[in-house]
Ligand binder design. Sequence first.
Ligand code: ADP
Ligand code: MG
Length: 566
Amino acid sequence: MKQIIQLPAAVIAQIAAGQVVERPVSIVKELVENSLDADARNITIKVTEGGKEKISISDDGHGMSADDLALAIQAHTTNKIKTTQDLLAINTLGFRGEALYSITQAADLIIQSRTSSQSMGTKIVLRNGIVTAQSPVGMSAGTTILIENIFNALPARKKFLKSTNIEFQLLLESVTQLALAHPKVGFQLFHNNQLVLDILPHTNFTERVTAAFGKSIESLFLPLSLEVSDYKIYGFLGTPQAATTVSQSQFLIVNNRPVVSPKISKVIRRLFKTLLPPGIQPPFILYLELHPESIDVNIHPQKREVRFNEEELLLQVLQTLIRQTLEKANLIFSMTDLESLTLNDSKMDEGTAKILRDATQIWNVKEFFEEEPVMQINNLYLIAQTTEGMLVIDQHAAHERILYEQFLETFTAQKSNKVALIKFIKIALPVLESQLLEDNREVFEKLGFVFTKISSTEFSFSQIPELLHTRKLEQYILEVLRDIKDQVEVAELDLESHRTIAYLACRGAIKAGEVLTPQERKNIVSKLLLTTSKYTCPHGRPVLIHITPIDLAKMFYRIPAFRNEK
Ligand code: ADP
Ligand code: MG
């Protein structure tokens, strides 16, 4: 057994430093945050080799006097909070007074800073955490920090650094986040002397997002916004198509603070459901503004996560907003009356067809030339002409998507979907889950369940939703209750039901290789265009590919001519 000792101060400092500065991006993030807290209008970041070799950050913020600078590099020094009371409503990005000190423990620094009231600035040089030189310096107001020999003092950190490319990707993502979060500030990021990101000060958030993500934002992202008494939510939600081009782009900005929230990401992913193949995350850029007292930012050493006081409510507001945005997304269709569409699928019995007719929203497809014939290629693909080029459709995937949504509608709209059980089903649940079932009786009844409590942990079910009659009831109930317990999303539909519905749709759908009559082809196309998620099948494969006149012009090298003719 080794003896217990009190760790030397230098070791404590290095352990603490290692928590704050994990990799180059953490240094950049902390220093940019300091510049932002100092009210900088322009921030220039220059890095070499993904930030592994050199990092320099310049700002035109309020700067520091020589005395303040000497203090700033000490442990636990800050000008941002004074009392524990201040911790309850933080409106600066920093407050822990740890970053600058931690960086001095991890690398060598040259800091220059000047306030606007001084004629000269101060320059200090730090090697291995110790000031080795200090002198006055001529400079404009603001602060410039140059960092070298990064992680030489923390070999364990240095060893785990990734490739230049990966480190730079992380850094770019972080700077992009900060730029999205601070619309008044200009950002320039150079990598190995090349300007990579150039965002002007005072651009609105759409301009900013466009500068960061390119023009594709207009066609691939859906704007959303909501203002209620306590919240303001706005931003962009990527369409399923954006998920393939911009992977890993989830930007959440809470009160000007870029953060991650696994719960919010999860809720959004669940709303996308089968629009995306498994493992693919929908991109989003979401701004949340709420009262500083309703969030806690002091739960993570790098301030990356926040905790919301009324998380459940917030998640629900978000969920509704995002669901509406996804449903509304299809701007070229508009609601019309029932007559314009006939649901006469030969494969469907009249009873089912009626339920589906009642449950399906009817849309008028403006863009699809219904008079024109739909071609069937290789007994597998359908080709339809629209005002904007053509649609190529996978017939099986399309029919599957149509049936899936119709089953789903029936299920969620609770239209005559209850079945009385011949034999009552008795189920036993753990104590906590039993209590939850009682607490949520109303929700379950809306979903089509009828049950009575027969003891503190036993229930007897007399009716269940029709689509669930093949399910193991006890397991189903438990899953839903667990969802409620985790507060992820009010479970109107658990994943198991989704899968069941997807199987039902898949088995009912026409197969690849089946020959379709001209009318059947048209039915598929028009009904597909009525579904809310027409882009992917329930397994996440594409259903429809839209080929625009521009796509065609590109394929035939007609692009310059195309422009001239227009
Ligand atoms: P925190 O940001 O949590 O206060 P830091 O260690 O990051 O702690 O910074 C310590 C202090 O140094 C800050 O509170 C601030 O007063 C000062 N400071 C750091 N960077 C700058 C800067 N770029 N411009 C002006 N002051 C700065
Ligand atoms: Mg700071």
